[in-house]
Design a protein around this ligand. Structure first.
Ligand SMILES: Nc1ncnc2c1ncn2[C@@H]1O[C@H](COP(=O)(O)OP(=O)(O)OP(=O)(O)O)[C@@H](O)[C@H]1O
Length: 240
């Protein structure tokens, strides 16, 4: 299987801190890859490097065959940050029509993206009047509307209720089935089971690159949270 993203020996410093000390990993094309790890482990930093907005000290990040951040990737990669980046003084529909137009798409694509994130009933509302979770979904829709080949989503389900969260994960799986590559960061281990592949980060190091099934088998538990803890303890044991 082809890799949509390859990261080799990536070193990133943020402030005085070395956040990624030499990370090597890959993201398979047409799959949902979960990027998991505790708060501060470097997930957002890695995602920023993949979309080409992170200053890197050394190493290589190749995205869809080109260096991360290449102008040619702009319309092929969608990025949704933790902070919703949409226009508060426009309605949901106006936001989506605007983003659709940027990608050369029309009103039908905008409406479809609104429906995809479950906001049809709020389409006429100003974004500033929405809840935080709803605003996040508008941001997600603004990336979906461009139908990018690679979708990079930084904690897209934060603040969502379980029903919506499940619906979004179904949507991610459907996108992957249609050929889109998704990288989804989360620190909710429950979401790990919905991924085809899992990258587990801890303090900027890749603890594991496997599937949910492999992870469970290796640790002898069905609980992915337990598996993660098992992995950390094993590594600490090895390091001691
Ligand atoms: N602008 C910055 N200047 C200095 N250090 C930073 C900056 N942004 C992040 N860091 C540090 O880099 C480390 C990794 O941060 P990062 O946001 O990549 O982690 P994360 O795994 O995405 O965390 P979370 O799950 O909480 O979003 C943290 O220790 C953080 O304090």
């Amino acid at each position: 299987m082809d890799d949509a993203v390859t990261v080799r020996d990536l070193v990133v410093d943020r402030g005085a801190r070395r956040v990624l000390p030499g990370l090597t990993c890959a993201v398979p094309a047409g799959r949902v890859t979960g990027l998991l790890g505790p708060s501060g482990s470097g997930k957002s930093t890695l995602l920023r490097a993949v979309v080409g907005v992170q200053r890197v000290r050394s190493g290589e990040v190749v995205v869809l065959g080109r260096p991360a951040g290449s102008p040619a990737l702009r319309s092929r990669v969608g990025y949704v940050t933790q902070e919703p980046s949409v226009y508060a003084d426009l309605t949901v529909r106006e936001n989506l029509r605007y983003f659709a137009a940027l990608y050369g798409r029309g009103a039908a694509a905008a409406d479809a993206a609104i429906a995809d994130v479950g906001l049809r009933d709020a389409a006429g509302q100003l974004v500033r009047d929405l809840s935080g979770g709803q605003r996040g979904r508008v941001s997600l829709a603004s990336a979906l509307v461009g139908e990018p080949e690679l979708l990079v989503l930084d904690e897209p389900t934060v603040g969502l209720d379980p029903v919506l969260r499940a619906e979004l994960w179904e949507r991610f799986a459907a996108l992957a089935a249609a050929g889109t590559t998704l990288i989804v960061s989360s620190h909710v281990m429950d979401e790990a089971r919905r991924c085809d592949r899992l990258l587990l980060l801890r303090e900027g190091e890749l603890l594991s690159d496997s599937t949910p099934e492999q992870l469970r088998a290796e640790s002898g538990t069905d609980d992915l949270e337990e598996s993660f803890l098992h992995l950390i303890r094993t590594r600490q044991g090895v390091a001691a």
